[in-house]
Design a protein around this ligand. Structure first.
Ligand code: TMP
Length: 202
């Protein structure tokens, strides 16, 4: 099974991934944890190029293709081999981030981003995508040092959030919005219940 996590900046995605990992470890359930962009030597190098604040000259198309290139490497080097072995793969961001950020945020268009990513994902789509549903105005963004993307305007993040919501509607139930509670443990329980209901974890 393959599960991805999505959300705007500062919605507590990393905390939720950590709590899920703790739960799975405590209950003796093994998973392969990866993040995007990154999680292979080549993908981490691409990540550094994408997020480097000094890369002010990077065009939007270059950015979109770099995310897809990082993904192509991760899918072939880690995700597919793990799924073939029957492992549970948990990915911090995946192709829906490209559609929301590059398709809607950068306004390159969802269709174009889908086409660019077709050869990258190579039919390897998540069984479930958990979208941590907190709008940019309610998020905790700005509480840590910003990388190149985190320096974007509020308007940009509104477009990204709207993009995720459009994706949910078009996903036939693959993407599930989870509203975070003030108490991170309550949110974690919601996510664990959802994954149990779908038969992904015990
Ligand atoms: P992170 O904050 O979850 O580590 O993600 C890194 C940044 O990259 C975040 O600002 C979202 C952005 N991103 C995209 O714009 N497109 C993508 O395809 C992915 C995977 C991430």
């Amino acid at each position: 099974m393959f599960v991805s996590f999505e959300g705007c900046e500062g919605v507590g995605k990393s905390t939720q991934l950590r709590l899920l990992k703790e739960y799975l470890e405590k209950t003796g359930q093994h998973a392969v944890y990866v993040r995007e962009p990154g999680s292979t030597a080549i993908s981490e190098q691409i990540r550094n190029v994408i997020l480097d604040k000094s890369n002010v000259a990077m065009t939007e198309m270059t950015e979109a293709l770099l995310y897809a290139a990082s993904r192509a490497q991760l899918v072939r080097e880690v995700i597919k081999p793990a799924l073939e072995k029957g492992e549970l793969v948990i990915c911090d961001r995946y192709v829906d981030s490209s559609i929301a950020y590059q398709g809607y945020g950068r306004e390159l268009g969802a269709g174009l981003i889908r086409r660019i990513n077709e050869p990258a994902v190579d039919d390897c789509m998540p069984d479930l995508t958990v979208f941590i549903d907190l709008s940019p105005e309610n998020s905790w963004r700005g509480h840590r040092a910003a990388d190149r993307l985190e320096q974007e305007s509020n308007e940009f993040f509104d477009k990204v959030y709207n993009g995720f919501n459009r994706e949910i509607e078009a996903s036939n139930g693959r993407i599930v919005a989870v509203k975070p509670d003030i108490d991170k443990n309550v949110t974690s329980q919601k996510i664990i219940s959802l994954m149990r209901e779908r038969g992904i974890i015990k």
